[in-house]
Design a binder for this molecule. Sequence first.
Ligand code: NAP
Ligand code: F7E
Length: 334
Amino acid sequence: MKRALITGVTGQDGSYLAELLIQKGYRVYGLIRRSSTVPTERIYHLGDSLNLVSGDLLDEKSLRQIIEECQPDEVYNLAAQSFVPESWTQSILTGEITALGVTRLLNAIRDVNPQVRFYQASTSEMFGKAQTVPQDEKTPFYPRSPYGVSKLYGHWITVNYRESYGMFACSGILFNHESPRRGREFLTRKVTYAVARIVAGLQNELRLGNLDAQRDWGYAPDYVEGMWRMLQQESPEDYVLATGETHSVREWVDKSFAVAGLDYKDYVVVDPRFVRPAEVDLLIGDSGKARKQLGWNPTVTFDELIEIMVEADEALVQEQEASQHAIAALRGIR
Ligand code: NAP
Ligand code: F7E
């Protein structure tokens, strides 16, 4: 039985990757950081098939202990401060987790078992002010946020440990990927959740920032499959995963409202509070290398992704409303 450790297991990708590896017969360990609240909403359904271990990317000793205890064959480093706007307000913390956290984890692996196969969650945000269109593994980087800069460090330290110490370390340069498990602060989910609340009569306005940015949006479960495939190759390499299509934020908004039979212009207000100090204007990936070498292909189209997310949020809002009503009824309020 192969053993895998996933950092960031409570996040969108971590939860899908844990499901995938459990399904493939792995013994899966998920690193979870100490919190006074319970951040296990996305992995609760996995029950005892997922083994939770306590640690933090800020604490190298905890990482070394975990590698010693779990003896993983593969480590997937998905943990990060991943919300771009927050990286301006918490720039040092973002660097500590998203940049230096990678070195801490690589050091721990190297000390305990340098044969471990390592996946680093790199990002299209490293292309930032994109120097070529589309972007592939050879496109020069030009990050536009403290998050992008931190991820670029994580990317290069992964390449460097591969070249310096012969470690099996891969960097997956993933373009935006979304799902009903996406955090509600990210654009796609912020919009689909708002649409569901508007349909339910709970909200009548949605405040957004720049509607003109363009992104290459795919479906998260497809992307975790690509991560796994990278670690099954004979030699460690870096790969871009992307759909090869780009769409504007406005298009995402327009189509999400249209799925519910609404016109976004009746609800969306542009609010400068959500405009970033520096924007990534246009991302579109060329994943030709991954398609050829990994046999990887995205399976969900842009329109299908929007439908999946709007429908999931409509169901979620109905569920939330029903439980609110049930609680209120129990208290004799209604
Ligand atoms: P996410 O939902 O924001 O999840 C981030 C995870 O990191 C959470 O489990 C979080 O734990 C954990 N984490 C944060 N700080 C930590 C620390 N100090 N120690 C240990 N764990 C910590 O992110 P995602 O969308 O799943 O993305 C997964 C990874 O891929 C991230 O590294 C992201 O930057 C990268 N990426 C994402 C995309 C995308 O489109 N989704 C594209 C390219 C790259 P808590 O639950 O405790 O907060
Ligand atoms: O923004 C614009 C915003 O926050 C997308 C992370 O997973 O993908 C993600 O980073 C676009 C940007 O994602 C709002 O300005 C307009 O142009 O959903 P987002 P992101 O910044 O692309 C990459 C690949 C990662 O690696 C990151 O970890 O939408 N936008 N109005 C808005 N965005 C947000 N969040 N909120 C708005 O109100």
